[in-house]
Design a protein around this ligand. Structure first.
Ligand SMILES: Cc1cc2nc3c(=O)[nH]c(=O)nc-3n(C[C@H](O)[C@H](O)[C@H](O)COP(=O)(O)OP(=O)(O)OC[C@H]3O[C@@H](n4cnc5c(N)ncnc54)[C@H](O)[C@@H]3O)c2cc1C
Length: 405
């Protein structure tokens, strides 16, 4: 069997939003050679995500109109018998089109996008990562690089082997949605917190423009186990029921099915080691409250790319140099993500009365608090004003407070 070998300044494993944004950012700001290695045959084959997002992605990362399926000014929260409309402008993206755009933009500036390459393991010499081994069409391939990036999403192909992220200890969730044609009377993004439709999670409907909408269900496994009926059916039964549940929409045709796993913790993980940085969900950048991961994945990539180019210029890819990225992430995001994890664990464990009170309380948030909710920067007083207290919640305190350290 032949073993092909290629060399680049930077090799990125994984062509999702985080890996592609990393490549796009590096080739946009330097002449370093970059290869992105994606296991799928096409970037657009990564079709798991609903693509709900906000201005930080569309404006912040220059996402063109063709990738935006719809835009709305409000988000609706619902409980079993409560409903509020929140002034939070939002977008729904065509996720495969986003990946194609990011890939084409990175390639236009010189990045090489190699699809059909599955990365198997890091090459480590003298304690430093110096490349990756993988397979393409059943043949072994080796890529050597001054810097390697793990962007393989929840698979964490390199981070788990390098013991940077313990995905087995993280929280697991699943999501499934139908992209459908039909009638959708609302113009908002809708989230419903209701164990009848999504035990231990939430159900959603997002507008997709021109008689298209996306209807889905997700849950966190631990809370699903607590709130689902015994001998429960599959997630498909829930999506099916939710899709047909409400007179405000009517499904004509299911034109695509998207599904995937989210593996998350509070994201305070090791993001750099000698010769490697990790971005996106390969170190759990996904926000643990609502599972929004495109924005945080791309933001982590941007932070990492800035440090990575400086490291290459300085000729120093040691953990000591690269961990400037890890420190910035923890300072700007990670510490907030810890609080969001606690908020999420409470939210998905609420009973129906608490779900209704949570929804009603969110309708009383000020504009400034809504802005902080959208940025995941809720303060402790904000969270207390949202939280529908119940006396026996005290017993949850020891488990929850553990996440703060
Ligand atoms: C059902 C569902 C709905 C979601 N909806 C939203 C939403 O509305 N808004 C939002 O912001 N987030 C949403 N998310 C989360 C969001 O999609 C992820 O957080 C985001 O895609 C993470 O980006 P990433 O680049 O880190 O990883 P990924 O998108 O997982 O990309 C990783 C890439 O690496 C490739 N890969 C994996 N292993 C290897 C390997 N060994 N070698 C080479 N390539 C490899 C994969 O094929 C993939 O293309 C949703 C997730 C799910 C599951």
């Amino acid at each position: 069997m032949s073993v092909e070998m290629e060399s680049y300044d930077i090799v990125v494993a994984g062509g999702g939003p985080a890996g592609l944004q990393f490549a796009r950012s590096v080739v946009g700001r330097s002449d370093y050679s970059v290869a992105v290695l994606e296991a799928n045959d096409e970037l657009a084959d990564n079709d798991k995500s609903t693509g709900g997002t906000f201005h930080q992605v569309v404006e912040g990362f220059g996402v063109p109109d063709e990738v935006v399926m719809s835009e709305s000014a409000t988000v609706q929260f619902e409980g079993p018998s409560a409903r509020v409309t929140l002034d939070i402008p939002n977008y729904v993206l065509d996720f495969p089109a986003l990946l194609e755009f990011l890939g084409a933009d990175a390639a236009a500036d010189g990045a090489d996008i190699h699809t059909g390459v599955r990365v198997r393991e890091p090459i480590v010499e003298g304690g430093t990562v110096v490349g990756v081994r993988g397979t393409r069409d059943g043949e072994s391939v080796t890529y050597r690089a001054d810097l390697v990036v793990d962007a393989t999403g929840p698979a964490g192909t390199l981070t788990t082997r390098l013991h940077m992220w313990d995905r087995e200890a993280a929280q697991r969730g699943i999501g499934k949605e139908y992209e459908v044609t039909g009638r959708y009377d609302l113009s908002s993004m809708l989230f419903r917190f209701d164990h009848e439709y999504a035990p231990g999670g939430y159900a959603w409907v997002f507008p997709g423009g021109d008689d298209v909408f996306k209807v889905g269900v997700c849950w966190i496994d631990d809370f699903y186990a607590r709130h689902s009926p015994p001998d429960d059916g599959a997630i498909d039964d829930y999506v099916e029921r939710w899709a047909r549940s409400d007179p405000r929409w009517e499904v004509d045709d299911v034109r695509a099915v998207h599904a995937g796993q989210a593996i998350s913790d509070n994201s305070i993980n090791r993001r750099a080691t000698d010769g490697l940085v990790a971005v996106g969900d390969s170190v759990s950048s996904i926000n643990p409250l609502f599972g929004e991961g495109i924005r945080s994945g791309m933001e982590s990539a941007e932070m990492a790319a800035e440090v990575a180019t400086r490291a290459l210029t300085a000729g120093d890819v040691s953990r000591s140099f690269l961990s400037a990225y890890e420190r910035r992430w923890n300072r700007e995001k990670g510490s907030n993500w810890k609080r969001q994890r606690i908020a999420g664990e409470l939210l998905y464990d609420f009973d129906a009365a608490q779900q209704n009170r949570f929804v009603a309380n969110s309708g009383r948030l000020s504009d400034a608090q809504l802005d902080r909710l959208q940025r995941y920067e809720l303060t402790l007083p904000d969270l207390l004003s949202l939280y529908p207290f119940r006396l026996d919640d005290v017993r949850k305190a020891p488990t929850l407070l553990r996440h703060l350290w």
